[in-house]
Design a protein around this ligand. Sequence first.
Ligand code: SF4
Length: 412
Amino acid sequence: MKVVLIKASAPGDFKDYKKTRGGPPQSIFSAAAATPDHYDLAMFDETIRAVNPKKIQADLVDLFFSTPDAMRGYELAEAFLDRKIQVVIAGLHATFMKEEAIQYADAVLTGECENVWLEMLSDAQSGQLKKQYQGSQADLAEVNPYPTHLIPHSDYDGIWSVLVSRGCRHKCSFCLVPGMLGNTRYRPVQDVVDEISELETDWMELHADNLTDNREYALELFKALEPLNINWVGETTIKIADDPELLDAAARSGLRYLLIGIETPSKAALKYSGKGFVKAEKIKEQIARLHEHGIIVDSAAILGFDEHDTGIFKESAQFFHEVGVDVCVPVIMIPFPGSRVYQQLEEEGRILAHDWSKYDGTHAVYTPKGMSASELEKGAEDFYYRFNAPGRYMARKFRQVSQLGVATAFSV
Ligand code: SF4
């Protein structure tokens, strides 16, 4: 049976954001890793290039996408169904909008794929797909390494991705991780090391939603990675900066670029959204410690919390610049279906649009509390120009050159 996995991605700001912040997407690579060798497998990632469904031959197409790409995903699904090819829709959006997704597919697979993947493939092979496959939390000691022969490293600018953990102990109101993946689970350290040792690239994303959630695991992992001489990108909370031993170990193991959810200078918004552990007054000092270890800091500025009014754009641009964030893009809060904030906004009748293509971080798809939707959209643009104003840009580069070196400063 010819099986085709596609990460659907529509052109737009969300696609550009994903492209700059990641290597291989977890969804299709996890599914590919779970597919036995006797299936004839092909894989396409539209974050890299769009596919033409008319040119794809398959017995089964599995489509994965998140909310901003749902319309593109459904367009592809219809094109394959028209050709009598079996279609399964999986991934984040389908998990939380399964009644919608099933209208465009033979079956919907919700949650993590591994525990139901073989059953689904076998049913497809016998032409007997069920309407729904409900995945559950995978045992990460059982997952296979990501295949490297289906999409080359070079398509991801040489950055590869290795799964380390899934899930997070926190429950931020705008985040889908708690609902999709639950609490943090880790792969065995040796499995991660073995997979990295086989790779041809020395730049990679260590994929985790909250990498240092378990301090003892993280210390063991970093120690094991040190001899491999790799450079890595990761995602964790700012709390890593308060733990000198952990931070030293991370830097020695190759941490070069850290994604951290600082989100907003508003203490009230941080507290209400479940990020009370981010202390705005401590951020400058914490980021300075990361810079001392040669680590680039990337955080989005989320705009449009209920605690925000029109003063937030100027305040945020100043804050993110002054605390030393190296890379920062404005994101209008996206109320993803499945998140707490989506449920709240729906209950309050404040969702303005169900056109998922607008859930891309540049559109206000809900009525904000402290301003109008158009003020929010205009303010997000205003943030971008303020944060990147020539004076600030030059000051940032000057600081980065002195703290991180010329090459690193001009790589971001
Ligand atoms: S800390 Fe990060 S991964 Fe965890 S729930 Fe909050 S936003 Fe999501």
